[in-house]
Design a protein around this ligand. Structure first.
Ligand code: ACO
Length: 311
């Protein structure tokens, strides 16, 4: 990769041209995208598990139908994203192996347990809310297939966020016990939701390069701040309180300050030490193993068609 090549590539990025799969690109750009899109795809698929846990216990037919649709959407998001990563020369089987072996990461948030129905509302409101904040700028990512996949994903995520907020609102306006259930859930999900945006900018090893390549459009801290500023007024409307005594409006910066984030907890969870890490990987491994016969049958069928066409 000559300096001329790298410079010409950056000029295309600066001119807001989309980079397409067959275009020449620096190896680092390709690797960064495979890493990020792969992790993102795994997060969507592993993200089906905490909510799937509540499908059989949804409190009404309407809630069950919405939750089923939402969990299916997440599966679809995983498929668009695996396809986008495949355009960069990595196979889905390879990415799955990396997930199951613990080599590839997925979002820390999905290693927390869903203990009550309120958690399903909280995931929609906070987790999908944080996901949208992070993903709207990805619609302008410099890599075409990722940016295009994000447009549809964001539309669906906004439905997910609304259904979650509506569940929490129903609980918050319900009996004192229901309101308490919502508050308890907010207490458990608030900090993990803030951690979803990743380490502080000073500790984010990839941010500078990803910003220069316009893969990321905002830093981790910028997006976290936007999320807090959007979410605190919603919590106030619900009559719920975030579990952070230092969370206060700061007139000078026209945004909310927040207390320290427990990064030890974040890294413990990322490295496999969260409450649900083992269960999540065990469930994905079982699904992959149980689906082996489907993949084999599909390949055998494709081969038969190929041979028939040639005959
Ligand atoms: N959970 C797990 N790992 C994380 C998290 C998190 N919440 N945040 C950061 N990390 C990891 C990074 O992947 C990186 O590890 P790696 O070098 O092994 O890949 C390391 O921590 C350092 O972080 P950064 O240098 O800040 O990494 P990056 O520039 O990739 O930024 C971010 C992280 C913001 C998550 C980015 O990758 C991104 O925007 N990804 C796409 C969105 C996404 O994956 N969303 C999934 C959750 S939303 C949902 O699925 C509903």
């Amino acid at each position: 990769e000559t300096p001329d090549f790298l410079e010409a590539f950056l000029r295309r990025i600066d001119a807001e041209e989309k980079i397409e799969p067959n275009d020449a690109m620096p190896e680092g750009y390709r690797r960064t995208l495979v890493r990020q899109i792969g992790q993102h795809a795994h997060s969507e698929v592993v993200g089906m598990l905490p909510e799937g846990n509540w499908i059989t216990r949804a409190p009404s037919l309407k809630r069950k139908a919405a939750l089923l649709a939402k969990v299916q959407d997440e599966g679809g998001h995983g498929l668009y994203l695996y396809s986008a990563a495949e355009t960069l020369g990595v196979s889905r089987a390879q990415m799955t192996e990396e997930l199951l072996s613990g080599k590839a990461k997925y979002s820390s948030i999905f290693n927390y347990p869903t203990l009550s129905w309120a958690d399903i509302g909280m995931i929609g409101w906070l987790v999908d809310g944080a996901a949208i904040m992070n993903q709207i700028p990805l619609c302008r990512c410099s890599f075409g297939p990722y940016a295009r996949a994000m447009i549809r994903v964001c539309k669906e995520e906004s439905f997910h966020q609304r259904q979650g907020y509506e569940i929490v609102m129903t609980l918050a306006q319900g009996t004192p016990e229901q309101k308490q259930m919502a508050q308890d859930s907010l207490n458990r999900w608030w900090w993990p939701a803030l951690m979803m945006f990743g380490p502080h900018d000073a500790d984010s090893q990839h941010s500078d390069q990803s910003m220069a390549w316009k893969i990321k459009r905002f830093t981790n801290d910028e997006l976290r701040q936007k999320f807090i500023d959007a979410t605190i007024p919603q919590a106030e409307y619900l009559g719920l309180t975030v579990p952070d005594p230092d969370c206060k409006w700061n007139e000078d910066k026209q945004g909310y300050d927040h207390g320290p984030i427990d990064w030890d907890e974040f890294w413990r969870v990322v490295k496999g030490g969260g409450v649900m890490n083992r269960d999540r990987i065990r469930a994905r491994k079982k699904a992959w193993d149980d689906g082996a016969w489907v993949r084999e049958a599909a390949l055998a069928h494709a081969e038969k068609r190929r041979v028939r066409k040639m005959a």
